[in-house]
Design a protein around this ligand. Structure first.
Ligand code: NAI
Length: 699
């Protein structure tokens, strides 16, 4: 039995404080609902109460939502329906109290929490950065099931409600007040005066609420138009892969201004239950849990003293250097860029400024703030100021000899406890550290391009890197707003090692006269953000070829480097989008097939063959990374691929996908491809073992 609530009564005002024992956040778990149910039954009988106040004792959190652990295990539709009905029934009792109720939202109010406050008669939000209100269920492959689809449109109007429910986005206190989601937003410093005043206004019947419905939604045809537009908007984002927001629109269309609340709730829970039991929802829930686990991961097992990063320096202000410099300015950390000439430094400055300007265009930052951010940036051609740096990030040309020379020299200009990190995408961290006097302070910190958009940072310790350096690099990556994942020091590290065989395989199919456009289309339909040829053009064919070559050199016969890829890069010198010509000819946003290399395209490979060759070659490499200990667990590997390559979250990641299609099937298919196409498809030991023992990546 949960001990979750305290109830106090004073002068006819009852105050119910949610303070779930032993937890940092309040959750509407099954035991909590039992306690709340009994309390509400009791409260309903009390005749000396004029008003009920519901608040939270947790700092920065009102209610985090329903307990996702409980949703995770739901597999049968009737169980899911019963579970959600329980929530609807209990929260509905707040609405039925014989006196008004008010929720005082001081902190995050998510999912079921928002549905609870919708059952209150009034809502006050305390205006702090922590007060964010949302119905983020669609991110988990479901939609609000505790009455959210029923009560929100009535309160704030159809268009706003559809936006909040289908996007899952948060609303702050001021916006919530503006759209009518709360009746008042109270500045934090004025709670003591304004809250009692608001409460006495309610008791005196002085708080009025205006009708937020629009004229257009009051007629059936108008609503039909709104639903159509919303569906179009939703499809733009989901590409048809995520059914939950569309289902939410269906439910609202069937119920809003059409049915009674009771019937509406029934329809809501029936549709909710169908989604809650799907693999897709389970995959998204797993992704959520893994990202929560990664937030807590420090990169090391014990406790170590962290080096705080106040000042940074950077070697190389090119494509990656510019992006990395922006990431530091974004978090107001000074960063000093060193390059070979002032023109190169200028390129770095321009890159950082361009990202800020793009953010200004969408209203994310103002000019004065940009000035402050740009002031964090400085440039140098020598090592002046490097003695002040807590970390130096190296992002110069990908060449072992050049990096050796530059890193060794840099080490003589920095403090002995400063961290030296390399953004190399392929060179061994242990080998790079060979000429260093302090290899324990040297580490791989691999950002992804474009740095301002890609959330992943692979952190690669060398053989001698110490724990303090690992943990400090993890902490820094998090401070920069990134998700660090620790990976082993092997060719390609994790993401590139897995991704490149896929791109190479696509070019091998092209060598067999398969169609570029068809392969791109099939893989896009599978859920990848773009097909392999479009991706190669985006990344740069030079980058792809060089990494593929490094993998070939490291893994030998296991990699069959496409001869065509070599020809395209070395002989034809095609670079991809940056030079307007690659597998496609690029003209602004338009692209057409480059017939110079597209071949006949007459080999009409079946869709499934394309998917299996592309995806299973990655699954195989993923299994090898796990068996070699390059990454700690399948959950982390899947997140790295989702964040580093845009692998579709609804599929849960590569390992999760392999589990879903069945490991024996994966092995059978790889074996078939091995005999047809060669040793690169030889199933990894881990896969064959799992197939034999009935094992899976996810336990
Ligand atoms: P880039 O060619 O755009 O920039 C390299 C910069 O380093 C140039 O400005 C160059 O003038 C400068 N430089 C060369 N020698 C130098 C020296 N001795 N001292 C200071 N600056 C020097 O290269 P890019 O693409 O930014 O790559 C840099 C590093 O990042 C490489 O190790 C690469 O493998 C890695 N990387 C690249 C990614 C990409 O998508 N381009 C992704 C992730 C990592």
């Amino acid at each position: 039995m949960a001990s979750a609530f305290n109830l106090k009564k004073e002068n006819g005002i009852a105050t119910l404080t949610f303070d779930l024992a032993g937890e940092k956040v309040n959750k509407l778990s099954a035991p909590v609902l039992i306690e709340l149910d009994a309390l509400l039954d009791d409260l309903a009988k009390q005749t000396d109460i004029k008003l009920l106040v519901i608040q939270s004792a947790k700092k920065g959190i009102f209610i985090a939502g329903a307990d996702i652990e409980e949703i995770k295990d739901l597999r049968a539709i009737p169980d899911a329906e019963a579970k959600v009905k329980r929530g609807q029934d209990v929260l509905g009792k707040i609405e039925k109290l014989p006196y008004p109720s008010i929720a005082v939202i001081n902190g995050a109010c998510m999912g079921g929490g928002t549905e609870l406050v919708l059952c209150c008669t009034y809502r006050a939000a305390i205006d702090t950065p922590k007060t964010l209100i949302a119905l983020p269920e669609v991110n988990l492959g479901i939609f609000p099931g505790f009455g959210g689809t029923q009560r929100l449109p009535k309160l704030i109007g159809l268009v706003q409600a559809l936006t909040i429910i289908t996007s899952g986005k948060t609303v702050n206190a001021l916006k919530a007040e503006k759209i009518g989601l709360v009746d008042t937003a109270i500045p934090e410093g004025y709670i003591d005066e304004q809250l009692p005043q608001f409460i006495s206004n309610i008791v005196a019947g002085k708080v009025k609420r205006k009708d937020r419905s629009s004229t257009i939604e009051r007629v059936g045809l108008g609503r039909a138009y709104i639903y159509k537009k919303t569906r179009e908007q939703v499809l733009k984002g989901t590409k048809g892969h995520y059914p939950a927001p569309e289902k939410a629109v269906d439910v609202i269309e069937k119920t809003y201004r059409v049915t009674s609340l009771e019937t509406g709730l029934k329809i809501e829970r029936e549709e909710f239950a169908k989604l809650a039991v799907t693999d897709l929802s389970k995959n998204l829930i797993q992704v959520f849990f893994t990202s929560e686990a990664l937030k807590k991961d420090t990169g090391v097992s014990g406790k170590v003293e962290l080096k705080e990063i106040k000042n940074a320096a950077l070697l190389g202000a090119g494509v990656m250097g510019g992006g990395i410099a922006w990431a530091f300015t974004n978090k107001d950390i000074s960063i000093r860029m060193k390059d070979v000439d002032w023109d190169a430094i200028g390129v770095g400055y321009k890159h950082v400024a361009e990202v800020w300007q793009a953010l200004k265009k969408i209203g994310k930052i103002r000019d004065t703030e940009i000035d402050n951010k740009m002031n964090k940036l400085s440039g140098t051609l020598d090592f002046s100021g490097f003695d002040n740096a807590d970390i130096v990030v190296e992002a110069i040309v990908e060449n072992m000899d050049v990096k050796h020379k530059v890193l060794a020299e840099t080490e003589t200009h920095i403090e002995s406890d400063a961290i030296l990190a390399s953004n190399t995408s392929s060179l061994s961290i242990t080998k790079l550290s060979a000429p260093l006097k302090r290899p324990e302070k040297f580490i791989g910190m691999h950002f992804f391009n474009p740095v301002n958009r890609m959330p992943l940072v692979e952190v690669i310790p060398g053989e001698k890197t110490d724990d303090a350096t690992i943990a400090s690099t993890f902490a820094l990556a998090k401070k920069l707003g990134k998700t660090p994942i620790k990976v082993g020091d092997c060719a390609g590290f994790l993401v590139n090692r897995i991704l490149l065989p896929y791109m190479n395989e696509a070019v091998l199919m092209l060598e067999e006269n398969a169609s570029i456009e068809k392969i791109d289309k099939v893989m896009y339909k599978f859920g990848l953000p773009m097909g392999p040829f479009t991706l190669a053009d985006e990344v740069g064919i030079d980058v792809c070829y060089k990494v593929a070559k490094i993998l070939k050199d490291a893994y030998g016969d296991r990699v069959k480097l496409s001869e065509l890829l070599r020809v395209i890069y070395e002989d034809k010198k095609l670079l991809g989008k940056k030079a307007k010509k690659g597998f496609y000819i690029h003209n602004g946003k338009e692209k057409t097939l480059n017939t110079e290399i597209s071949g006949t395209g007459t080999n009409d490979l079946p869709d499934q063959e394309i998917i299996d060759r592309c995806i299973l070659i990655m699954v195989n490499e993923a299994a090898m990374c796990l068996q070699e200990g390059i990454i700690e667990k399948p959950e982390y590997l899947d997140m790295a691929m989702i964040m580093g390559t845009g692998f579709p979250p609804f599929r849960g990641g590569l390992c999760r996908y392999a589990d879903a299609v069945g490991i024996p099937h994966v092995v059978a298919r790889l074996t078939e491809f091995e005999s047809k196409y060669g040793v690169r498809f030889k199933p990894a030991k881990l896969l064959t073992e799992m197939a034999k023992s009935g094992g899976k990546f996810y336990k």
